[in-house]
Design a protein around this ligand. Sequence first.
Ligand code: MSP
Length: 472
Amino acid sequence: MKKFYVTTPIYYINDIPHIGHTCTTIAADIIARLHRQNGEEVFFLTGTDEHGQKVAECAQEEGISPKEYCDKIAPRFSEAWKSLNISHDFFIRTTDPRHEKIVKKLMQKIYDRGDVYKAKYEGWYCIGCEKFLTETDLVDGHCPLHPTEKTVKKSEENWFFKLSKYIPQIINLIEDDKCNYVFPGSKKTEVLAKLKAGVNDISLSRESVSWGIPLPWDKTQTIYVWFDALINYYSATQFLENKKDFWPANLHILGKEIMWFHNVIWQAMLLSAEIEIPKKTYTHSFYMIDGQKMSKSLGNVISPGQLVDLFGVDGTRYLIARSFPSDNDSDVGIERFKEKYNADLANNLGNLVSRICKLGEGLKISNLNPSKSPFDKGDFVKLVDELRFNEAINLIFEKYIDKSNTRLNEVTPWRLETNDPTRIAVLTECAENLREAATYLEPIMPEVAKKILGQLKGEIKPMENALFPRIR
Ligand code: MSP
């Protein structure tokens, strides 16, 4: 059976899940479900990033140990994903000793390869990003992604990784259209430009951060949290049973602020350790909230729970897919979500389902033709597989849902007698269209799709409740 392995970034444990994390996780879930529907054996991994200075500071503020802090917070993410019907196969935590063991092993390989050296590092460190910034990265002395947090000057003796050694090889890999692992094209151009501008080696350990995995060859230092975190994608396949064949990953999905780590540093680490590199990475853009960057201090953070309370699980999944920030940043907000929900789901899809089920109650419809699988028709699958969810949904709405609503409005079956052949024909045709649409939409709205397919199995059954109640 064909294998498919998809991942999300592992989220920092100090934050609460918000719509930014939600969009990456839902995107990965849609892809995982699509590939399962296609008969592939899927491994879908998500989890939490639990080491590093940031976590240690949060634990200290609460007066508990870092591990206690992680055990308390990690469930917030796993529960959020459960509430959104995320179908991940494993939730990895970087404090899992099985992960730690593989991290040490991989780092040792890098050391044995002769790709490390000790040197002094001095620079501006952003705790929010857990990375060093250059003078040119700073805006008014602050990290542009964390303008309210302090950027600290750090100077320490660290172990360095010979990143620069692998740059020519990585440029070749990214430029090779056959391998084509940086997706979409706009992000590939961006990474290549940065690679060609010149790349310095980076430090792989920390002297002053004790909350981390000790370096195997120098116990006075801990492994830089990003090296530890990236290895999660590989470690899960090694310590879980029967998952080794899933490596190399087919797809890492991530946001643009961590593109350098995933498209350059991770590849260099794997090349150094002589491990196969992932087949593809997809870098998406950002959600903006009503034109502003989302931040705790602005108080405009949208949580997954807020969305589920308003729009239900599948309503939320749909709205996220519809507004997914693919190539460009996407501006969203609760009011816009409400408008979209009412227009697409309550008034269009929901209304179509309720009209068909009411008018067509008891009408027999043919069995689903098994040869008519959505996967025979490449366009939708191709769009979803490229995370172009908005275009994919448009395709289904135009082809089946809008078309059926228009047909119903033209033929007005509610004005015809129950046994009028024209009425029967139009309702059957629309029911079959709806069933087709539901099969396509299943990876995006699994429960709604199941419900629609249940309503239309063998004969049209009456609906008990509106699928998508209107929201004011
Ligand atoms: N822990 C690292 C990742 C390590 S992976 C080996 C990290 N964690 S994070 O909690 O900050 O999550 C980053 C991810 O959250 C981004 O890559 C992106 O997927 C998502 N987003 C965070 N804010 C976002 C938006 N405003 N919009 C869309 N997604 C964003 O970085």
